[in-house]
Design a protein around this ligand. Structure first.
Ligand code: SAH
Length: 335
């Protein structure tokens, strides 16, 4: 088993089931996350306990096979134990650094504009494989935030992503503040409802990209299963019950979803809910049928939202120079 798959609770259970003390879990996890120990035999616990750990757990390799440094964004391509490739992006902000992690090898959501989905999902990543992306980068650059927005649909790998978040928040480990983690989804409604029920501690972002069903279903097939009249109430409920603002991501695609009419529709859709819009520049890659909206059009869109008192942020264009947008580096290798 991968030791990084273990939440505090799972490790406690393992230890007690094997006749050891539960209190060992804290020592093991802080050795891994606080002291950065990468050899299980170096953890300072009695020999018998150490044998139990080294007999049952390992630290599988994740090998970095390419790095492209674009200044504000650095993209890492990792090869997992079984040869699958995933991408992780380090983003340097004025206030610190954050990392964008992948949760699946491939993706089944099939969003038309997204590169990640060109390769169908091969498998879910384990919690440990997501953790290892963070640790690899955290060793060199201390991180102040994590976006679960890389390759894959996080809520389609629900249990492992929840374990991952749990491990990142563990107070004797990396101890990230819950608000420092954002999980982004294309809109899997049953899972959003579960997050609300379980009082998910971190933030949620929803990739919206269109203000009506007709357009959204064309861009994002998932909308046929969970259309806006189902999605928006689930998002509003999450926001209200957990008292968190939800980001609605909106990628600006020229002539497709960037008109003032779309902006007005978006305002009506958001209504009184506590959501805000995160405008993202579309990052095009070779052979793409879409391109990014003109700057002037993005500003007109922005102005409509502002005039209607909708909260709006604009993500700085970070990854484009290193092909860091969504599946691009990886697809350079695979195609
Ligand atoms: N599956 C999740 C998370 C991964 S995608 C989700 O859908 O939210 C992370 C974000 O990047 C999503 O908002 C996605 O729609 C967006 N994205 C995908 N391709 C893009 C591109 N070429 N340019 C800009 N943003 C893109």
């Amino acid at each position: 088993m991968n030791i990084y798959d273990m939440t505090y609770q799972k490790l406690c259970d393992f230890l007690t089931e094997h006749g050891d003390k539960k209190s060992r879990a804290e020592i093991i996890l802080s050795a891994l996350y606080r002291n950065g120990i990468s050899d299980l035999s170096l953890i300072e616990i009695p020999e018998k306990a150490k044998k139990l750990i080294t007999d049952n757990f390992e630290i599988p390799t994740i090998e970095c096979i390419d790095v492209s440094d674009g200044g504000t964004a650095v993209k890492y391509l990792f090869r997992l134990n079984d040869g699958n490739l995933v991408e992780t992006v380090l983003m340097r902000h004025e206030y610190g650094a954050s990392v964008c992690v992948s949760t699946q090898a491939g993706c089944n959501m099939g969003c038309k504009f997204c590169r990640s989905g060109r390769l169908r999902k091969i498998r879910n990543l384990t919690a440990g494989e997501i953790v290892q992306q963070v640790l690899y980068i955290n060793r060199k650059t201390p991180l102040s935030g994590i976006s679960v927005m890389g390759i894959g649909e996080p809520l389609d790998n629900f249990e492992n992503v929840l374990d991952f978040v749990d491990i990142m928040l563990y107070p004797k480990g990396l101890a990230l503040a819950p608000r420092r983690i954002t999980v982004s989804t294309c809109g899997l409604v049953p899972q959003i409802e579960k997050l609300t029920e379980m009082h998910f501690p971190s933030n949620l972002a929803v990739s919206l990209h269109a203000p009506n069903n007709e357009l959204r279903s064309e861009l994002m097939p998932i909308n046929k299963k969970y259309p806006l009249e189902v999605l928006m109430p689930a998002v509003t409920e999450f926001s209200e019950k957990l008292n968190k603002r939800v980001a609605l991501e909106y990628v600006m695609i020229k002539g497709v979803n960037d008109s003032e009419k779309c902006a007005e529709e978006l305002c009506r859709l958001i209504g009184e809910s506590n959501c805000y819009v995160n405008i993202i520049r579309y990052n095009s890659s070779e052979g793409d049928i879409y391109e990014c909206s003109d700057f002037e059009q993005i500003m007109r869109f922005y102005d409509v939202l502002k005039k209607n008192n909708i909260g709006v942020t604009m993500r700085r264009e970070m990854g484009s120079s290193v092909n860091a947008a969504c599946g691009q580096l990886r697809s350079d290798y695979i195609n």
